[in-house]
Every structure is written in C-alpha cells, then in structure tokens.
Design a protein around this ligand. Structure first.
Ligand SMILES: Nc1ncnc2c1ncn2[C@@H]1O[C@H](COP(=O)(O)OP(=O)(O)OP(=O)(O)O)[C@@H](O)[C@H]1O
Ligand SMILES: [Mg+2]
Length: 255
C-alpha cells in the first residue's frame, strides 16, 4: 500500500515566527532525509521563499485566476490547472515549494478552489511530507481541503498573552473541521532568562488545552543577521542555538 503523506502545519499570531520555524523545519527534514517534501506557503503575504533563498515566478492564486480565461479549447480546467501547477513548482534540494498567493477576489471561486484542492491532493501524494506555513486564520487549510494534519506547530512569542492566543488559535482547527494528530506549542524568540511566571503560565495553558509544550527557541543573533542580509536560513550553522533548540523539538515530535 502507498505510504500516507504526512502533513505538518504551522499556526500562530502574526509575526511570532511561523515562517522562520517553517524554514528551520524544512532544514531539519532535508538534513535528516525525511524527503521529498512539499512546502506550501499559505500566507497571502508570502515570504517563506525569501527565507529559503528562492524566487517565485507564479502562485496558485495566479493560476486559479488564469484558469478562468486561459484554459485552451479542448482542455479541461482541471488539466490546465494541473499543467500550470506542475510548471509553478519551485524545485530545490530535497524539497519543492508552492506559493498560494493572494486570496480570491469577489465572485464565486468554489469550482476553481475545488479543482485546486483536487490537483493539490494528487500532487502531494508523491511527497513524503507536506509542510504548510499558514497565517493565523488558517483558512487555506480548508481551501486546500486538508482535513487531517499529523501535527500542528503553534508558534507563540514569549509572553503570557501570546501563549493564551496560541491556545485560542489551536482551537480554530476545530471550527475549520480539521482533524489534528498533535498540537505542539513552540515559544519562539525567548530571552535568555525566561520569567518564572511565564513558565507557570505556559504550564497552566497547556494543562487546560490539548496543546503539548514542545519547547523554547531562543532569540537568535544569527537569525537576525541572516534576515538582514537576506540569506537563506537553510545555511545557518548547526552550532546556532536556535537551530539546535528547534531541531530538538522536531526530533521529539516527528518520528
Ligand atoms: N528566534 C528568532 N530570533 C531572532 N529573530 C527571529 C526569531 N524568530 C523569528 N525572528 C524574526 O522575527 C520576524 C518575524 O518572523 P516570521 O516572519 O517568521 O514570523 P511569522 O509568524 O511568519 O510572521 P507573519 O505572521 O507576518 O507571517 C522576522 O524578522 C524574523 O527574522
Ligand atoms: Mg510568515
């Protein structure tokens, strides 16, 4: 029987580090031969490609838009979309990247979205892992008809309110009708000394929800510098503390 593809998604409030942690997760999966991987940037303001040092010539949103008028006569819309998506796949070492792009404009996109979901479902079957970098609302999960996730990493900033927001965001998957194998909280950009009260708040929050505490990724000078120089996070040294901390979380939760 064909192996089931494993879907991992990122969630969290704006600016908490979802895209950064997604990049580190791709680095981890590639370096540990959990390949091939399909990375999907499901943020309207796409920038995962930048952290991976890749250019994006075409987005799924753009293809969905063009499908309406550009499907050649004698070709089904579904075949057109499949052909265009295959062209839009950005191939890198160990992983491929697809970018969702802008949400739909006014009008009905139900058919276009259902064709897109169908094509994506077929396509993703040839990967071992699918990683989806979301925005806080995670609407693209339902747009892609992803009903079952193996894992949801919920990224939070190191604050009591941030952790409570993370817990609320984790709850959103229920409203979206997405079944999640495990929800793992990552507290990112943490200071060297975490306040005792914050550690207690994290413990209390995970206790009250179905979140599991994954771990802490420290504030990282190396990430700051890579970001400023627009360098790919895939090239961060294995000595980088943030990389080591993130990898430790992944090692424990991805078997
Ligand atoms: N551990 C870290 N150390 C230092 N800087 C970090 C760390 N994590 C993230 N950053 C920086 O914080 C900023 C926001 O991170 P990122 O873009 O990953 O967040 P996001 O949750 O994806 O944001 P958005 O909601 O806009 O998609 C970036 O400039 C990133 O370089
Ligand atoms: Mg992001």
């Amino acid at each position: 029987m064909k192996e089931k593809k494993r879907i991992i998604a990122m969630a969290g409030k704006g600016g908490t580090g979802k895209t950064t942690i997604s990049s580190l997760l791709i680095k981890y999966l590639v370096e540990n031969a959990f390949t091939p991987i399909l990375a999907v940037d499901a943020d309207a303001n796409a920038n995962l490609n930048e952290l991976l040092g890749l250019d994006v010539p075409e987005t799924l949103g753009g293809i969905r838009e063009r499908m309406k008028n550009e499907t050649p006569q004698g070709m089904t819309k579904s075949d057109f979309m499949e052909m265009e998506i295959n062209k839009a796949i950005i191939e890198a070492t160990g992983f491929d990247l697809l970018v969702m792009g802008q949400p739909t404009g006014p009008g009905c996109y139900c058919m276009a979205n259902s064709i897109l979901a169908g094509v994506m479902d077929r396509l993703s079957g040839s990967y071992k892992f699918m990683l989806v970098d979301n925005e806080a609302g995670m609407e693209h999960l339902s747009r892609l008809n992803l009903r079952k996730l193996e894992m949801l990493f919920v990224v939070s900033d190191p604050s009591a309110r941030g952790v409570m927001t993370a817990a609320r965001i984790a709850e959103l998957t229920k409203a979206l009708g997405v079944e999640v194998g495990g929800k793992v909280l990552i507290v990112n950009r943490a200071p060297e000394i975490m306040p005792e009260a914050l550690i207690e708040k994290i413990a209390e929050t995970v206790h009250q929800t179905d979140l599991v505490f994954g771990g802490i990724v420290p504030m990282s000078q190396e990430i700051f510098e890579a970001e400023a120089k627009r360098q790919s996070l895939l090239n961060l040294s294995p000595e980088t503390h943030a990389v080591q901390a993130a990898f430790e979380i992944f090692r424990r939760h991805i078997k």
